[in-house]
Design a protein. Structure first.
Length: 92
């Protein structure tokens, strides 16, 4: 595939993917807020909510890399269940 056709295929992917990232961001921010409230009440973090927010960060990072032409492989949707870094859930 030529560079021009690759760029043309990224345009609809950018539009659809941006909507998905926007909606996912709203849910992730609500999960972060819920985790903050839970931490204040229970005095410990909720691991499942933290994992979900980590998935959002990984998804957004992979999507932005592909759309900005810094990665040739679009694996943002295939690897949605993989975070970037393992969660650090140790006590402070």
């Amino acid at each position: 595939m030529s560079e021009r056709s690759e760029a043309l295929t990224r345009i609809p992917m950018f539009i659809i993917g941006s909507i998905a990232v926007f909606l996912f961001k709203i849910v992730a921010r609500l999960a972060s807020l819920l985790n903050l409230v839970y931490t204040f009440i229970a005095n410990r973090r909720n691991e499942k909510l933290a994992y979900f927010c980590n998935l959002f960060c990984a998804f957004q990072y992979r999507f932005e890399r592909y759309i900005n032409f810094t990665a040739n492989k679009n694996d943002s949707f295939q690897n949605m269940n993989k975070g970037l870094d393992p969660l650090d859930m140790e006590e402070w």
